[in-house]
Design a protein around this ligand. Structure first.
Ligand SMILES: [Zn+2]
Length: 427
């Protein structure tokens, strides 16, 4: 059941991008170069790139907006068409179209996307994708879709991987408004597969090569390179990703202030060191490495799902983005995350009820925000369909990270189930 909008038009994502005009390639480079002059020190290193000319597919990890600027500088003078999400088009669809961007709604299966990608490559240009599809919550690799290997195999072009280091430490997703000083940025641009490699390798081998090349851990990077982050606010916002207390197990009662992270339920306090490690003020330090804590939370969610104990339901305030110029305020709604049915969003708008459903098998991840710059600066979760995107603000506090982990784990469980069924049938 769709939303009863007065204006029935949706932004059409099923269209081909234009070839980026050379003047736009140059302007993008210029604007990025100037913007980077005001940011931290940066270095771009190209590896195995000699003699490589487009077309090729460029895959990049994603931490903050600065990634786009670094990529624009790294790829100049070649034309790059970016796969971009609908909220990037907000109020400026003309600019995105002029840059040759390909519009996509997050975590949906968009059949036209493949056609657009092939068109870009046929014209001899670079196709850039951020397969994690959102900023990294914890500075580590997010889940990558297996469909990537299939796409690359059918495109028959070289694959280049861009890994940005430092961008997450500079502006972590959970507190991007307060950049940390003295964090150097380091970007590597590496050709990982030639066209011949793509032709000779299987889809699984291509996926493995991508996964290996896209592995990163920013907290490990920080320690290895002795990057001191001594800002007195460095832990503020960390409770957004570390929402469960490992001492007492309570969820959604964590908080942070200054350099400290603490549990409001049992009172345990951890100090975030200048090297990004955690130390308990009293007693054992359960996890000194932040990604270990995050992965422990993931395992907790997985166990809850497997035991049939996982379920989420809350009142939400909903905004949608059917076109690009304006968010529609849909008002109060109800969001349910059910392990079998997936996300179910219900509400009423303009005198008619609507219901949006997304099955777990169709979402390898979900788009969450902790401080959404286009709407209210609070936690929200975006449930998208092929045509529309629904930004939901839950009433319950600090719940979106768990929803994101649950989405990823449910997708994995569904994929494993399908694989098992297939092998039983075949075996
Ligand atoms: Zn606790």
């Amino acid at each position: 059941m769709e939303v009863n909008y007065k204006n029935k038009k949706y932004y059409n994502t099923a269209k081909y991008p234009i070839r980026q005009p050379k003047i736009m390639t140059f302007l993008l480079y210029l604007v990025s170069k100037i913007a980077l002059m005001f940011g931290p020190k940066y270095k771009i290193e190209k590896i195995n790139m000699e003699g490589l000319k487009p077309p090729y597919i460029l895959l990049s990890n994603h931490m903050y907006f600065i990634d786009f600027e670094l990529s624009a500088v790294a790829t100049f003078p070649h034309r790059v068409n970016n796969v971009a999400t609908i909220d990037g088009y907000y109020r400026r669809p003309w600019l995105m179209e002029l840059l040759g961007c390909i519009c996509k709604r997050k975590f949906t299966t968009d059949l036209h996307l493949i056609k657009s990608i092939k068109r870009v490559l046929q014209k001899g240009d670079v196709l850039c994708m951020y397969p994690e599809a959102r900023y990294s919550p914890c500075g580590t690799t997010a889940i990558l879709p297996d469909s990537l290997g299939k796409l690359i195999k059918s495109c028959k072009v070289p694959v280049v991987v861009t890994i940005h280091h430092g961008n997450y430490l500079y502006t972590p997703f959970w507190n991007y408004r307060k950049p940390r000083k003295n964090v150097p940025l380091y970007t590597t641009v590496t050709k990982i597969l030639s066209a011949e490699d793509v032709a000779s390798k299987s889809v699984e081998e291509i996926n493995e090569a991508i996964k290996a090349a896209m592995e990163y851990d920013e907290y490990k990077w920080q320690k290895e390179h002795n990057i001191i982050i001594d800002q007195p606010f460095r832990a503020e916002g960390l409770h957004k990703i570390l929402y469960q207390c490992p001492a007492c197990g309570t969820e959604h009662e964590m908080a942070s202030e200054g350099t400290k992270l603490f549990c409001k339920s049992c009172g345990k306090v951890w100090e975030m060191t200048e090297l990004g490690e955690l130390k308990a003020e009293k007693g054992v330090t359960e996890f000194s490495h932040i990604p270990d804590w995050y992965e422990w939370e993931r395992a907790q969610v997985r166990t809850q799902i497997e035991r049939g104990e996982y379920c989420f339901e809350d009142e939400v305030e909903v905004y949608s983005l059917p076109r690009c110029m304006k968010f529609e305020k849909l008002g109060a709604g109800k969001l349910v995350h059910d392990p079998r049915r997936g996300f179910i969003l219900t509400g009423e708008y303009n005198g008619k009820k609507y219901e949006i459903e997304r099955h777990p098998s169709g979402m390898y991840g979900v788009h969450i925000e902790y401080d959404y710059c286009y709407l209210r600066p609070e936690d929200c979760i975006d449930i998208s369909t092929d045509k529309d995107s629904f930004y939901c603000y839950p009433v319950k506090q600090n719940v979106v990270t768990k929803l994101s982990l649950a989405t990823e784990e449910l997708f994995k469980l569904h994929s494993e189930k399908i694989k098992n069924e297939k092998s039983t049938r075949n075996g």
